[in-house]
Design a binder for this molecule. Structure first.
Ligand code: SF4
Length: 450
């Protein structure tokens, strides 16, 4: 900086932490939006007697929250209400479920530091207020607010979203699955989905393999409908794909790969509900006659038809998506060249990894993994998660290079989000990737066949 302070008198610490808090509040707002919709969807399913696929998770979460109902639906409704009550509390009212979800010693430390979150939406709101012009200029206070937002975002926006999705859509099961462009079959009406809110597709993924959709597909000369998974919601479908193999044949790609997926010409519609629905999809869609359909306006694109997902109107929404996708299929045939690289991806990417499925695989205890780390065979576990970018050599290059380096040093990599999309497409989640690992990790993978 040319001067030690801004014209208002703010120093560099105040300016930097203010910008950080604003960014953290925005990120937290995104995840809490997902949490809110997920809990509302669970409540709607529970109150209408809809299908609950994850009874084991329902029992687990009920035990965690200390709630019980007269039956599964009543229990699910109580769980959803408890989450929503917490999200809507004022900021001075500490959220009740934090203590029930968090690791106890860590919760004690948060309480000691005075950073337990009040209502998650209020925390975001005041984060935006604090970071506005000439409001908070205490860097320590703003950093502590970032920590508070981190707690509500992690526990509610990530942990609870996953658990509630497992209740509605079924628990992850370890299995080999197909990934990459080879999962796209041009004989079908392919709908690419982008976003983060798996529960908004609960009805659509059933409807697309039902009789009405089958006849709509036949009428335009297609074999049926398929969902093509891209971005985080594609990973969600991949994770829980054991429960609906017919409509979802594998995860095609991650954030930036979605542009290339459209460029194959084999996808006639994009249904979006969150990030990452890239603005770059718009001109490709216009050129290749791809219909854009948005079901949550937080991800609205200028060329997208918008109809908000709402559980009560799910049937109408799914019907409208089928109608529009079938029209697009008919309209595009013969006008758009289809070119799918058949050798892109593989059929044996390990998926369905959750803290439950992994522990089951290890014999119901973490001890084997702890022993391998304690005796030095495996050096540790590193998380490579979230969003790959175009920097550092190009799309996915840094992620893939970093992971190759880590496994060569006998370090297990835990990945999630779009990092997984890149890693699986280059084959690093196949059993064959053990050959790239260091001697300790390689021997363990080969022995277990993973
Ligand atoms: S992991 Fe990141 S890049 Fe991928 S969809 Fe989620 S937010 Fe977007």
């Amino acid at each position: 900086p040319k001067t030690p302070r801004g014209v208002c008198g703010a120093d560099a610490d105040a300016i930097v932490t203010r910008n950080l808090l604003r960014a953290v509040a925005a990120g937290s707002g995104c995840y809490i939006h997902i949490m809110e919709n997920t809990a509302r969807n669970l409540l709607a399913i529970a109150e209408s007697g809809g299908r609950i696929r994850g009874e084991a998770t329902l029992a687990r979460v009920a035990g965690m929250f200390g709630v019980s109902g007269t039956d599964s639906h009543d229990t699910a409704a109580k769980i959803a209400r408890a989450v929503l009550e917490d999200l809507y509390r004022p900021r001075f009212d500490v959220m009740r479920l934090t203590e029930k979800i968090a690791y106890a010693p860590r919760f004690a430390k948060w309480r000691e530091l005075g950073i337990l979150p009040g209502g998650a939406k209020s925390e975001v709101f005041d984060g935006v207020v604090k970071s506005s012009t000439n409001l908070n200029s205490d860097p320590v206070d703003m950093l502590l607010h970032c920590l508070t937002l981190g707690i509500s975002t992690g526990l509610y926006g990530l942990t609870l979203v996953n658990l509630l999705n497992d209740i509605m859509l079924g628990e992850p099961k370890l299995r080999p699955a197909a990934v990459g462009f080879k999962t796209i079959d041009p004989r079908y009406i392919n709908i690419m989905i982008t976003g983060h809110q798996h529960s908004c597709f609960t009805h659509l993924q059933e409807y697309l393999v039902g009789p009405e959709a089958a006849s709509a597909a036949r009428a335009v000369g297609a074999e049926g409908f398929r969902l093509v998974g891209c971005t985080c919601v594609g990973q969600d479908l991949q994770l829980r794909g054991e429960h609906y193999r017919e409509v979802f044949t594998g995860h095609a790609g991650n954030n930036f790969t979605s542009e290339a997926v459209l460029a194959t010409g084999a996808v006639g519609m994009v249904v979006s509900e969150f990030n990452c629905t890239l603005p770059g999809l718009t001109p490709i869609a216009e050129k290749l006659l791809v219909r854009m359909y948005c079901i949550d306006d937080v991800a609205k694109k200028p060329n997208a038809e918008y109809r908000r997902y709402n559980y009560a109107e799910r049937e109408d929404l799914s019907r409208d998506i089928v109608r529009s996708a079938a029209d697009a299929f008919r309209e595009r045939r013969g006008k758009v060249r289809i070119d799918i690289p058949a050798d892109h991806g593989n059929d044996d990417t390990l998926t369905g990894v959750s803290e439950v499925s992994l522990k089951e695989f290890l014999g119901g205890t973490w001890q084997p993994l702890i022993d391998l780390i304690a005796n030095g065979t495996i050096k540790g576990v590193v998380g490579v998660v979230g969003c790959p970018s175009m920097v550092s050599g190009g799309h996915d290059v840094l992620t893939v290079d970093l992971v190759r380096e880590l496994i060569a040093r006998d370090i297990i990599v835990l990945s999630a989000g779009c990092s997984s999309g890149g890693l699986e497409n280059v084959g690093l989640m196949r059993a064959a990737a053990a050959s790239e690992a260091g001697p300790g990790l390689r021997a363990v993978c080969e022995k277990l066949g993973i």
